[in-house]
Design a protein around this ligand. Structure first.
Ligand code: 9G3
Length: 564
C-alpha cells in the first residue's frame, strides 16, 4: 500500500484527557479517531492490526473445534427478560426501540442469544459438547469511558460459549480454552498472568482472568515470586497462617471515656496503641439483614469476600436508624452489648489481644478486650489482602502488579440454561439443562494492551505477529529520480513476494518520514536514500533502532529471514 493512497493521519495533537501511553500513541500514529466519549473510528492502520488479531484468534479457535457464527447486535427485550437481566443490568445495558415500540438491548455480551440459538436445535447429548464463538461489536454504557480503547462504550469482543452434558465435560473445555488463550496471548508477545478471579454478576462459579501486565491497568493482580499463584485482588484469600497467637498477659476489660475519638486513628492515638490493635466495627445491611463486621483497625473489608461468606448479594452501609436499632452509635460501634444483628469477624480478630473496641456509647471505648468478651456468629477471611501477606498457597509473601484484563474464561454451570429454559435429552432420554461455559477476549482492548507493553520514546514497536505491515519502505527524497526508481522496484518485488509493505512515497521531508515511521512502529524499515547510486539501502529494526546497510538485492531474503 502506498502511503499517499491510504489514510494515516499522524498528529502531534493529543487530547489532554489521554492519560495512557497507548491512548496517546494510537492517536499520534493516526490509528484511531475519537468520535464521541468512548466511541472510536478504527482508521486503516488500526483496522489492519485488528484483522491480524482476529486471524490469530480464528486460527486458535479452529484448532479447538470452536465454530464461528455472528449473533445480532439487536437483542429483543424478551430474551433479556427471560434471564432476568433486562432489569438487573440497569443503565449499563444500552437499549433502543423500533418504530412499533419494541425494545432491544444492544448486545453487551451474548449469553441470552446463544441460548436462544441452540434452543430446540441442540436436542441430544450426541450433539455435545458444542463450542460456538463470534467476534462482534459490543455496547456497554460505561459511566466514565477512559484510557482510549481500554474502556469504551463500543468495543470489539470475541465471545465463545460451550455446551455440555456433564460438569466434567465443561471442565475439560475450560482447560482447552485456557490453553488456547495462553497460545493466543503468547503469539501476540504479551506479558500476562492468568489469575483466579471473581465471577461477578454472571452467576458462574469458576473463572480466570488473563491480565496483561501494565502500569495503566485498572486491575490489581496478586502474585508471588515463588510459585505460579496469581489472583485478582478481589478474590485473593488471606490464609490463616498469616496470624499467630502470641503469649500475652490478659488485662482487665475497662470502660474508658474517650472524647472525640470517632475515627480509628484517633482511638489508636488516644490509647497509644497500634491501629491494628484497635477493633473496627462496621454496621452493614446485606440482603435486608443487619451485620456488625469486625476487623483490625488498618484492614479493609473486601465486599466480595463478605458476600460470598454470608451468601448475600447486595450490601450497603446501615442507616442511622438501623444503627440505632442495633443499639450502636456511629463512630463508637463495637461488639459488646450490640443487638438485632449478626456479628461476623475477620480471621485476624481471633488473634488480637488486649484490644480496644467501641462501647456503643458516644465518647466511650472499651480497653483490654479479649476473645470471649463477646460473641461472634462466625469468623471468615473478610479483608483485602496487602502486599507482604503470605499467599494462599503459602509459597511466600505476595506482591502486587497492575493488569489490563484482556481475556476471561468462566464456568457458568447451569444458571443460564435454567433461566433460559434450554434442555437436551441425555442417554436415558431424560431432559436435562445444559452445562455451559463462556470465554471472552477484548479484541479492541488488545490494541491498547499490546502498545502499553511495546513502545519507546519514539512511538509504537509492533510485535511481528500483529504489525499492520511487515515492512515500511521509505523513499527519502521523491524528487530524486534514482531513489524513486529503486524504491518502486523494491516495492514491486516485496509485493510479488507476498510481503505486506507500506510504501512511504509522500513528498515530505526526510525527518517527517523517519519520525512517522518510528511512530507507526512497523518492525522493519527499508530506507532508500543517499546511497542509491551504489545500490545500497538501509534496514532498520524498529525494536532496537539499529540500522545496517545492505545491497538492495539482499532485501527480499533479509525480510523473509526476519519473518521466518
Ligand atoms: C451486561 C452488561 C455488562 C456486562 C454484562 C452484561 C460484564 C456481563 C460479564 C460477561 C461474561 C462473559 C461472554 C464472554 C466472556 C465474558 N458486563 N458481563 O455479563 F448486560 Cl450491560 O460478559 N460473557
Amino acid at each position: 500500500m502506498r502511503q499517499r493512497k491510504t489514510f494515516i493521519p499522524t498528529t502531534r495533537e493529543v487530547p489532554a484527557s489521554a492519560e495512557a501511553i497507548s491512548h496517546k500513541l494510537l492517536v499520534k500514529a493516526g490509528m484511531v479517531k475519537q468520535v464521541s466519549a468512548g466511541v472510536y473510528t478504527y482508521l486503516p492502520l488500526a483496522n489492519r492490526v485488528i484483522e491480524k488479531i482476529k486471524k490469530i484468534i480464528r486460527e486458535e479457535h479452529e484448532a479447538i473445534d470452536a465454530a464461528e457464527l455472528t449473533l445480532p447486535i439487536l437483542q429483543a427485550q424478551e430474551y433479556w427478560e427471560q434471564s432476568g437481566r433486562w432489569n438487573k443490568m440497569g443503565d449499563e445495558l444500552m437499549r433502543i426501540k423500533d418504530r412499533k415500540g419494541g425494545a432491544y438491548a444492544l448486545q453487551p455480551t451474548a449469553e441470552e442469544l446463544i441460548c436462544q440459538t441452540v434452543a430446540n436445535m441442540v436436542t441430544s447429548y450426541k450433539q455435545l459438547p458444542l463450542s460456538l464463538y463470534q467476534i462482534q461489536t459490543k455496547f456497554r454504557d460505561e459511566v466514565r469511558p477512559r484510557l482510549g480503547l481500554l474502556r469504551c462504550k463500543e468495543f470489539i469482543m470475541k465471545d465463545a460459549y460451550s455446551f455440555h452434558d456433564t460438569s466434567e465435560s465443561l471442565r475439560e473445555a475450560y482447560k482447552t480454552y485456557y490453553n488456547a488463550y495462553s497460545r493466543i496471548f503468547d503469539r501476540m508477545d504479551l506479558k500476562y498472568r492468568a489469575v483466579q478471579a471473581d465471577s461477578g454478576n454472571i452467576g458462574g462459579s469458576y473463572t480466570h482472568e488473563f491480565q496483561a501486565l501494565a502500569e495503566v491497568g485498572e486491575d490489581t493482580i496478586v502474585y508471588t515470586d515463588n510459585s505460579d499463584y496469581a489472583a485478582n485482588i478481589e478474590t485473593a484469600k488471606v490464609p490463616e497462617e498469616n496470624y499467630s497467637l502470641v503469649e500475652f498477659e490478659k488485662k482487665e476489660k475497662e470502660l474508658v471515656e474517650t472524647p472525640n475519638t470517632g475515627t480509628i486513628d484517633a482511638v489508636a492515638e488516644f490509647f497509644g496503641l497500634e491501629v491494628n490493635r484497635c477493633l473496627k466495627a462496621l454496621a452493614l445491611k446485606a440482603d435486608g439483614e443487619l451485620y456488625l463486621v469486625l476487623m483490625r483497625g488498618n484492614d479493609q473489608l473486601n465486599d466480595i469476600k463478605f458476600m460470598k461468606a454470608t451468601g448475600t448479594s447486595e450490601i450497603e452501609m446501615a442507616s442511622e436508624e438501623e444503627i440505632d436499632y442495633m443499639g450502636g452509635v456511629a463512630g463508637y460501634m463495637g461488639p459488646l452489648e450490640i443487638k438485632n444483628c449478626k456479628v461476623v469477624a475477620d480471621t485476624a480478630v481471633k488473634y488480637m489481644y488486649n484490644y480496644t473496641a467501641g462501647a456503643n456509647k458516644l465518647g466511650y471505648h472499651y480497653a483490654n478486650i479479649n476473645t470471649g468478651d463477646y460473641e461472634v456468629d462466625a469468623y471468615y477471611d473478610l479483608r483485602m489482602i496487602e502486599e507482604g501477606d503470605l499467599a494462599e498457597d503459602l509459597s511466600g509473601p505476595v506482591k502486587f502488579a497492575k493488569g489490563i484484563e484482556v481475556g476471561q474464561v468462566f464456568e457458568l454451570g447451569r444458571a443460564y440454561s435454567e433461566s433460559m429454559d434450554i434442555k437436551f435429552l441425555d442417554s436415558n432420554g431424560k431432559a436435562q439443562y445444559f452445562y455451559m461455559g463462556c470465554y471472552g477476549i477484548g479484541v479492541s482492548r488488545l490494541l491498547s494492551a499490546i502498545i502499553e507493553q511495546h513502545n519507546d520514546d519514539k512511538g509504537i514497536i509492533w510485535p511481528k505477529s500483529v504489525a499492520p505491515y511487515q515492512v515500511h519502505l521509505l523513499c527519502v527524497d521523491v524528487k530524486k529520480a534514482d531513489q524513486v526508481a529503486l524504491a518502486e522496484k523494491l516495492y514491486e518485488e516485496l509485493k510479488a513476494s507476498k510481503i505486506e509493505v507500506l510504501f512511504d512515497d509522500r513528498p515530505e521531508r526526510a525527518g517527517v518520514k523517519f519520525n512517522d515511521a518510528d511512530l507507526i512502529g512497523i518492525p522493519l524499515q527499508v530506507v532508500v536514500g543517499k546511497k542509491t547510486s551504489e545500490d545500497i539501502v538501509e534496514i532498520k529494526v524498529r525494536e532496537n533502532n539499529e540500522k545496517v546497510e545492505y545491497a538492495s538485492s539482499q532485501v527480499i531474503d533479509l525480510v523473509k529471514e526476519f519473518y521466518k
